[in-house]
Ligand binder design. Structure first.
Ligand SMILES: [Zn+2]
Length: 112
């Protein structure tokens, strides 16, 4: 990976972090506790509670992804970042964005 590619990857990770933060903010809005005195009836309240459970699961997933991206951003300047630990080939940037913790290239990960 040359320095231009590294810079580009860094920027892509930063953008992915921002997108993740935006997602978390909007999920926080939808996972607010359901007010017990909500005059929406019992069934609707149960639906609201189940929607909330879904939002919390998405929220946890989004937070997890964010910490993986931040971790990757912290390592992006290291010479071996983005290099497969198995075969020394570069890991495609698209894969790093999808799986920031990836240390194998696609063929090596599939061999595993
Ligand atoms: Zn490899």
């Amino acid at each position: 990976m040359n320095s231009v590619e590294r810079q580009e990857l860094k920027q892509n990770i930063e953008e992915a972090i921002e997108a993740q933060k935006t997602l978390i903010t909007s999920l926080l809005e939808t996972s607010k506790p359901v007010a017990p005195d909500n005059a929406i009836g019992r069934l609707t309240r149960m639906e609201a509670l189940s929607d909330r459970a879904v939002s919390e699961a998405s929220l946890n997933a989004a937070r997890h992804k964010l910490s993986r991206l931040e971790n990757a951003l912290g390592k992006v300047d290291q010479p071996d970042f983005g290099i497969c630990v198995n075969c020394d080939n570069p890991i495609p940037p698209g894969r790093i964005l999808l799986m920031p913790e990836a240390t194998f290239c696609v063929p090596c990960a599939e061999k595993d």
